[in-house]
Each structure stands twice: as C-alpha cells, then as structure tokens.
Design a protein around this ligand. Structure first.
Ligand code: E8X
Length: 599
C-alpha cells in the first residue's frame, strides 16, 4: 500500500486537528452513533490516543466504543479525480461512516486502511465523517486481552474471594495480556488523497548486488489505461536509468549501496508513471540475509546494537509523534546504536522513512503479543490464525520497500509450551507463509519468552533465534553471579543449535536518580551491573549477533502491583533523558563496530 504523496498528479489533504469526540456510554454497542450523541461540546486531537488527553479517569479506564466526528469538503479543482480517504492507524477496531453510510471497517490498530469516496462526495458540499473506534482486546484480537480475566502483571483475581471475583459483579474491562498501556483512538494521521482515474496502485522494488553493480527488480501495479514507465534518479536528482512496462530489471553500474549509519544510507528514487499518474518511491540498494552464524547486510556480518522500543510519549500516548521520533533517532545515534525492533506492533510509516534516511536498521514486528494464557488452545482457532495472517500480509504490503527493514518478527513471547504440538504447527506454517509473502525474501523470526527452551521446538527453527531473557531480574532476582551462571547454561544449549542469536530483550527496572553504593535492584548502579554482567557473557559467544536492551525508554502500562508509573526498564526516561546505563551503553557501543564484531 503506497504512502500518500503530493506531486504533479496527486494531492493530499491532511485531516489532523480538533475533531468532535465522545466516549460511548454503553448505549451504542454496534458502534454507530449520530451527531446528536457525539455533540459539539467535546473536542479531541487527531492524531493521538484519547486516553491521556482529558482530566477524566474514564478516558484511561474506557472499555468499548468512542466516536469521532468532523466534516470534510473536496475542492472543486479535485472533484474530477479519484478521491481516497486513508487512515494510517485506528486502534483497535474502526467503523467509518460518511453522511451516515458505513464506508469502511477495519480490525487491527497499527496498519493503514482506506476507502474510495470518489462517488460519495459532491463538489462544494460538506460531508459528515464519523469514525467509531473500539478499544476492546480479547482472545480474538492482536494484541491479546483477557476480558474479565487477569492482566499481564496486573491484579490477579485468584486471591480475591470468589464471591466478588465472578465477572457478573465486575464491570467488564480491558485486561491486556501484554505489558504496555492499551492506548486507543485515531492514533495516526487521516488524509484524503487524490490520483488520476488511471493510477498506480502499488510498486514493489527488490535489490541485489553483483560485483559493484546494483540490480533493481521492479513491478508496478496500475489500474486503467496508459503507458507505464519507471525512471531511476540518484540522490543528486540525476536520471540514471529508465525502463518501460510494468515490470523489469535495471542494472546500476558502480551503484551506491544503502549502509547503516555511520555508513552512507544512500537512497535512490524510482519515479513510476502510468497514464497521467506519477509516484516517486525512495529505495536503497542493499541485501539482507542469514548465512551460517552471520546476519549479512551487503555481504558483511552485521552486529545489532539497539533496543526494543515502544511508540509511547507523554500526552500523545501511542499517537503519532514525529517530533519524538526525530528525537529518538538522535538518541539512537548518540548511543552508538544501529537498530531497533518495532516492539510490539508496526510503527508509523514516517518512522521507517526516517530510518531509511538515517541508516537505522529495523526488525519489523506484528502486534501478535500476549498469545497464550487461554484455557482453549488458541492455536486451533481458525479465525485467530486468519487475522494473524491478514496482519502479516498487510505489514509486508506496507513495509516491503524499506531498506531499513531487514527482518520480520511474527510476534512476541507467545506461549509455545502449553500446547507444544499445535504451537509448532501454527508457528512453523506461519513462518513459511511470511517467507513466501515477502518479495525480498527477508529473514523471518519471532521473539521467544523465558521458557523451557529444551521443550520449545519452534524458536530454534527461526532464521535468527530471538530470545528475551531476564536472569537476575524476574528470576534469580538481584543475584548477578547466579544469573550469569544460568544464562551460560542456556547459551550452551543455543551454541549446540548453531543458529545466529539476538538477545532481543534483557533489562532491569530502574528509578532515575536512585543511587546506592552497593547495587541493588531498581538502583542506577544495579542497571549498569546487570548489563555489564550480561554483556560480558554475550561477548564470549560468537553466535550472539546482537544485543537489544529492554527498553529504549520508560513507558506507560496498566496499573498493577508490578509497575510504578509504568515500566521503568528504559535506558532513558520517558522524556528521553539518559539514565547512567545510557552513558554505559554509549561507551560500549561506540567501541563495537557495526560489522565484523567477534569475527
Ligand atoms: C517486561 C517485558 C515487557 O515489557 C515486554 O513487553 C515483553 C517482558 C519481560 C518478560 N517482555 O516485563 O519488562 C516477562 C517475564 C515474566 C516472568
């Protein structure tokens, strides 16, 4: 799915700003409300999560529908064009009404969807746009929730007298089976964009390297009549190649490759034309593959230095915050990092575009987090599997052309040991499905939680083994000597498996400014001791090809006995101020090369 672009053939109208808004009061379960109910007395910002925008506890506790409303009008000059309405992300379920007609529905809170409104808007007349947004999470959604059950580290009904533990007493509420706040709303931009009636529907670019040459394979999907051509333009704006037709191969002699920072993340532009339509797509010439124990970018063994992150900022919640994305990129460079995982959901497209330009490597993850903890075998529920496949298909359709994206993560910490056989079947076939979908054939993984690694039959089958381990925090708490011992017992196991391995999460909650002469948990000194101990063991293992501390920054979670103002494992505070551990990693990572480490 192409990102909206302004050019000589296309226009974009951004619908960011104040929209009328009202939380449902339970009187509109089917997700339809009219302008009278929504009213004129409450405004909300779009794009943003609604949860932290008002001084009303209901906004963080809300469970169910919320309604957004505004009017739209199409300039007379555009009324002869094809007119599209695109939502970059609405979390988690959306119903879109134009003048009372349901024109789109979408399940999934982190990927775009759009509707053709060409025949539904009339020149010079305002149309009413209402968007109903459902924030409920349950056993059919990604991420997963436990309606009426327990939350991840949340309150556990087990110790509550049965008389009041029964759901019938308790108002239904979202109980996330994951460790981040269930921010909801129109979290990313909404735009109207136009194209000519004959238009370019999609472009796929894959690249290879032969000697000093770049080999570009392109495919243009176009609708309607017209000739299709593709030009390749270099960074200086010079047209260096062109081809006719909807697909083909273009060789660039002595090509500039896309390299992670501090190398040169060189971007070319493919300018596709079809009839009167034009679309320009930035791309990089690079390869990404696994070979033995190496993750090769452009044939060189890459070492992942970076983080698990979140899209999580004050007031915005999970809402699009380009200013903070810019700041995050600056902090990533400052710490000498070169990568991050989009834990635990696809991030805004603008962040991938930024990483393409800044040379930051991305492991692109679906919102499949919290799978498990169900009495039924979730892996046997067909509708659940279908939704997971749909999400992977849409993720690859959106992100397939980004040079920054080097690997797909199908999900985070699923339960793979309660139902080992169905888990194996589910994840093995989903791996094959994902592999086949990506035209560039990127490596595929999923991220494994701390489990009985000898019983887990699926993690070892991934292209890269990705494990989250918390020896010294959630187990052997505070005892780093025992933690190192237990870690090495497990690393001996993985050494035998013979796959490249990334530590995709390890960390310690740390209160900034809490200092002790003798390091204990939650102190800044302990966070450094924890990482110094773990990294010291990783450095001894050639098959460990990456270290992603959890987390880049502190972030918001549901309230519960295990969280003090959210998850505090950040190397940075939520407003991106470095804890002592950030300085420790900056020193460590500036001394570790991006390529050839331990080789
Ligand atoms: C944590 C992280 C959580 O924030 C992340 O989303 C997934 C968790 C650690 C594993 N991984 O809690 O900080 C939880 C182990 C529980 C025993």
């Amino acid at each position: 799915m192409l990102y909206p672009e302004i050019n000589e053939a296309r226009s974009v109208i951004d619908l960011s700003g104040p929209w009328y808004f009202r939380l449902d009061d339970g009187s509109h379960d089917e997700g339809k409300a009219d302008s009278d109910f929504i009213g004129h007395d409450s405004l909300i910002a779009v794009p943003a999560s609604y949860n932290d925008l008002k001084e009303n506890p209901e906004y963080r506790k809300h469970y169910g529908w919320a309604y957004y409303r505004r009017t739209i009008i199409i300039p007379r000059a555009l009324c002869s064009e094809r007119i599209m309405l695109r939502f970059d992300a609405v979390t988690h379920y959306a119903k879109v009404y134009l003048d009372g007609e349901l024109i789109a529905e979408h399940k999934g809170g982190f990927l775009p969807f759009e509707a053709d409104i060409t025949e539904k808007v009339k020149s010079g007349r305002e149309a009413e746009l209402i968007v109903a947004v459902d924030n409920r999470i349950n056993h059919s959604t990604l991420p997963m929730g436990n309606e009426g059950g327990t939350a991840f580290f949340g309150s556990d009904n087990a110790d509550v007298p049965s008389v009041i533990a029964a759901k019938k007493w308790r108002k239904p509420t979202n109980l996330p089976n994951f460790d981040f706040f269930n921010y909801a709303g129109i979290n990313r931009p909404v735009r109207i964009y136009t194209t000519p009636k004959s238009y370019i529907d999609d472009i796929t670019i894959t690249t290879d390297i032969e000697g000093n040459d770049g080999v570009i394979s392109f495919s243009v999907s176009a609708k309607g009549s017209g000739k299709t051509t593709v030009e390749i333009v270099d960074r200086e704006g010079k047209r260096i190649a062109e081809a006719e037709g909807t697909e083909g191969v273009i060789r660039i002699k002595d090509a500039h490759l896309w390299w992670p920072y501090p190398g040169d993340p060189y971007l070319y532009k493919a300018v596709a034309r079809h009839g009167d339509d034009v679309y320009s797509l930035e791309f990089g010439i690079r390869t990404a593959e696994v070979n033995g124990l190496d993750f090769l970018i452009n044939g060189r063994p890459f070492y992942f230095k970076g983080f698990g992150k979140h899209e999580d900022t004050a007031i915005h919640g999970r809402g699009f915050d380009f200013v903070m994305d810019m700041k995050d990129v600056s902090m990533i460079h400052w710490m000498g990092a070169n990568s991050f995982r989009t834990s635990h959901y696809p991030y805004a497209e603008e962040m991938y575009q930024l990483c393409d330009r800044e040379g930051i490597v991305i492991i692109d993850e679906t919102p499949a987090v919290g799978i498990g903890g169900t009495t039924e075998d979730i892996y046997k529920i067909g509708s659940f599997r279908k939704h997971h496949e749909d999400v992977i298909k849409d993720l690859i359709a959106r992100d397939k052309n980004h040079p920054s994206v080097v690997m797909w993560s199908m999900g985070n910490e699923p339960d793979v040991v309660s139902y080992p056989d169905s888990a194996y079947e589910y994840w093995h076939s989903l791996y094959e499905y994902t592999k086949a979908l990506d035209p560039a054939g990127r490596p595929v993984t999923f991220v494994c939680n701390q489990n009985n690694y000898e019983r887990d039959r699926i993690t070892r089958e991934m292209d890269v083994v990705c494990i989250n381990r918390y020896y010294g925090w959630y187990n052997l708490s505070g005892d780093m000597e025992a933690a190192a011992y237990a870690l090495n017992m497990e690393l001996d196991f993985w050494e035998e498996i013979g796959k490249p391995l990334i530590i995709t999460e390890y960390g310690a909650d740390t209160l900034p400014g809490f200092h002790l002469s003798s390091p204990e948990m939650f102190s800044e000194e302990f966070q450094i001791l924890y990482y110094r101990t773990m990294n010291g063991e990783f450095d001894k293992r050639k098959f460990i090809i990456g270290e992603h501390p959890w987390n880049f920054a502190d972030f918001s979670t549901i309230q519960g006995p295990m969280r003090a103002d959210g998850n505090r494992k950040g190397l940075l505070t939520r407003d991106r101020r470095p804890k002592m551990a950030a300085h420790y990693f900056r020193k460590r990572w500036l001394a570790i090369p991006d390529f050839g480490y331990k080789r």
